[in-house]
Design a protein around this ligand. Structure first.
Ligand SMILES: Cc1cc2nc3c(=O)[nH]c(=O)nc-3n(C[C@H](O)[C@H](O)[C@H](O)COP(=O)(O)OP(=O)(O)OC[C@H]3O[C@@H](n4cnc5c(N)ncnc54)[C@H](O)[C@@H]3O)c2cc1C
Length: 263
C-alpha cells in the first residue's frame, strides 16, 4: 500500500548512527521518520564485537581517531562521552564488562544494544519503515523529498546515515557516497580500516602451518604507528586486535614490522 507523509527530519539508515540520531531528534520533539532498505534494523550492531558489541572504550580520546578534520572529534566527544553511553545502558539494565584496554562489551549479546535503541526511538515517537527502497532524493525549496518504493516522504531536514560499504549482506551500500556526490560534496576516497590483513598465495604458503596460532602480545609498527596487542594467524593471513589497529595505518607497499614475544 502506498504511504506518504511530511516530517521534520527524515533519516535514511537504521544503523547505530541513524537510530541514535532518531532517538535524539525525537526527544527534542521533532517528528522523525527513519527509512531503511533492509528487513531488520541495526544488523551491523548485531554482528559487532563478535556478537557482544564493543560499545565504547573508557580511553576514548579525540587524538585516537583518524580524521582529516581532527576538530570534529573534539566537539563530538565533549558533547557525548563514553560515560553518557554507559548511563544509557544502566537505564536499560544492560550488563557489561571491560575486556581489556578499556574496551566495554555486553555480557549477553549485541542484540541488547539493538533493543535499547529500538526502545529509545519508540519512546521518542520515531516512525521506522524497513524494506523501503530509496529511489530518489530531491531538494525542495524548503526541504527534501524522498521518493521510495512505498511512496514519497518530505521533510525539512535530511540525515544520511547509511554507513560504510563493508558487509553488503547486512544491508551496507555506497548510497551515502552517491548522495554526497549528487549534492556536490567532496568525497574523500574511502579505504578499509580496522580490518584483518590477507596474504597472497606465496606468503600464505609460508604461514599456513601457523593458522589458528595466537600470540599475545606483539609489538606491531607501520608508517609511524605502534601497537602492543594480540595477533592471530588465520587461514587467510593475519588478524587479532594488533592487526585490526595497524590496518588503519597500512597502505600498499608499506612495510609492517612485528616483534613476537614468547607467551
Ligand atoms: C564485523 C564487524 C564488527 C564490528 N565490531 C564493532 C564493535 O565491536 N564496536 C564498534 O564500535 N564498532 C564495530 N564495528 C563497526 C560498527 O559496526 C560500525 O561502525 C557501525 O555499525 C556503523 O554504524 P552506521 O549507523 O554508521 O552504519 P550501519 O550500521 O552500516 O547502518 C547503515 C544502515 O543503512 C542502511 N542502508 C544502507 N544503504 C541503504 C540504502 N541504499 N537505502 C536504505 N538504507 C540503506 C543499512 O541497511 C543499515 O541499516 C564492527 C563492524 C563490523 C563489520
Amino acid at each position: 500500500m502506498a504511504d506518504s507523509g511530511d516530517f521534520d527530519v527524515i533519516i535514511i539508515g537504521a544503523g547505530a548512527a541513524g537510530l541514535m540520531c532518531a532517538a535524539t531528534a525525537g526527544q527534542r520533539r521533532r517528528r522523525v521518520l527513519v527509512l531503511d532498505h533492509a528487513a531488520e534494523l541495526g544488523e551491523k550492531i548485531r554482528i559487532s564485537g563478535g556478537g557482544r558489541c564493543n560499545f565504547t572504550n573508557l580511553e576514548t580520546r579525540p587524538e585516537r581517531f583518524l580524521s582529516n578534520n581532527p576538530h570534529f572529534c573534539k566537539s563530538a566527544l565533549s558533547r557525548y562521552t563514553p560515560q553518557d553511553f554507559i548511563s544509557l545502558l544502566a537505564r536499560h539494565d544492560i550488563p557489561w564488562h571491560e575486556k581489556t584496554l578499556g574496551q566495554l562489551f555486553c555480557d549477553r549479546s549485541a542484540r541488547d544494544i539493538v533493543h535499547m535503541l529500538l526502545k529509545e526511538t519508540a519512546a521518542a515517537g520515531v516512525v521506522i519503515r524497513l524494506e523501503t527502497r530509496i529511489a530518489t532524493v530531491r531538494n525542495l525549496e524548503d526541504g527534501f523529498a524522498v521518493e521510495t518504493g512505498n511512496g514519497v516522504y518530505t521533510s525539512e531536514k535530511l540525515v544520511i546515515a547509511t554507513g560504510g560499504p563493508s558487509i553488503p549482506k547486512v544491508g551496507a551500500s555506497g548510497f551515502g557516497y552517491d548522495i554526497a556526490r549528487q549534492f556536490g560534496l567532496k568525497v574523500v576516497p574511502p579505504r578499509p580500516a580496522l580490518v584483518p590483513l590477507t596474504f597472497d598465495e606465496s606468503m600464505m604458503a609460508l604461514i599456513k602451518p601457523l593458522a589458528g596460532v595466537a600470540v599475545d602480545p606483539v609489538v606491531i609498527s607501520c608508517n609511524g604507528a605502534t601497537f602492543r596487542e594480540a595477533l592471530l594467524f588465520t587461514h587467510r593471513g593475519l588478524s587479532g586486535p594488533a592487526i585490526l589497529q595497524i590496518s588503519s595505518f597500512w597502505s600498499e607497499g608499506s612495510a609492517l614490522t612485528a616483534t613476537l614475544y614468547r607467551c
